[in-house]
Design a protein around this ligand. Sequence first.
Ligand code: NAD
Ligand code: DAU
Length: 331
Amino acid sequence: MRRVLVTGGAGFIGANFVEHLMAHTDLEVTVLDALTYAGHREAVEGFDAARVEFVHGDITDAEVVDRVVAAADAVVHFAAESHNDNSLHDPRPFLDTNVVGTYTLIEAARRHEVRFHHISTDEVYGDLELDDPERFTERTPYNPSSPYSSTKAASDLLVRAWVRSFGLQATLSNCSNNYGPWQHIEKFIPRQITNLLDGRRPRLYGQGQNVRDWIHVDDHCSAVLAVVERGRIGETYLIGADGERSNRQVVEQLLVAVGRPADDFDLVADRAGHDLRYAIDATKVRTELGWTPRYDFDAGLAATVEWYRAHEDWWRPVKEATEARYAASGQ
Ligand code: NAD
Ligand code: DAU
């Protein structure tokens, strides 16, 4: 394997994955990214130009997809519409990118017999009760709740069908909530960090009781690389770092970190269909591939606050518009 095609490589996790490949492998990378509102050219600038090529294009465009897949030894497919709240306002781009885009890519990978890794989410499994002793495993039935998670579930099923029916050389991974550098400020943790840096109060949906299973983005990237290098074809690997926290706990921790009272937040309108809790049992990726996460949540969160403090020039231009969209929904 010499050249990897990273779709969505200008987005949050894709950009961190490109950085991870630069630091930990000798691989060459082609990034294919449409630079939607969530894509940032600057996130993949500054790397060795001999190793990273950027192609501005859409994964639903069969012609460009065919060309870049044919030139790659493996595809790692991150590109997606990724935000649940947006999917509740306008589901259509989620169908186009997440379903038709994935279909376009796997057809090209099949034609050119290129190894394919599909990036997905724990949200395909629906949600858990707060006191459920079980966590999600690779055998949990699919039960997605939102337009976003249902289109991701559809894309997973397409990949699995292409493995069985056409012998596509593919693996899949489903990860829990990521945090870290380059995450769009529409998402929970960077929204609250940038609110705090702005002197605004954090905003918790509902009562703030919903639980997410946080993993640092670089730990997600190291797990994906392990699956790409050593995963068994046709298999799904769940990725998580035992990071369960309620949203309220996270906000209280951020408030204390910046020297504000732990109850200095607002409760705002809840998300429609809001999943209560996600929790990953990552035994398979840990035991079969020997992967372990490196980040402790407290240290990772503190480093993420510092990253947003140091990168205000990156997020500042979209802060007002992002907050205005939330305000229109009472959030
Ligand atoms: P993101 O929204 O930050 O980035 C998505 C990237 O894809 C952007 O660069 C965007 O420009 C690009 N893109 C969107 N539509 C495209 C299209 N039609 N053609 C080409 N490029 C397109 O997303 P993210 O949070 O980095 O998520 C990446 C992947 O990881 C997604 O597949 C998502 O479902 C999955 N995932 C995310 C998380 C999380 O916590 N963020 C957790 C588990 C899985
Ligand atoms: O579980 C993996 C998923 O995690 C990924 O597949 C998605 O791409 C990613 O966006 C994320 O989905 P969530 O919906 O869990 O993430 P989000 O950051 O939107 O919200 C996290 C939690 O915080 C959720 O319970 C909603 C809540 N929330 C969110 C925002 C933006 C708030 O309480 N206040 C907020 O302002």
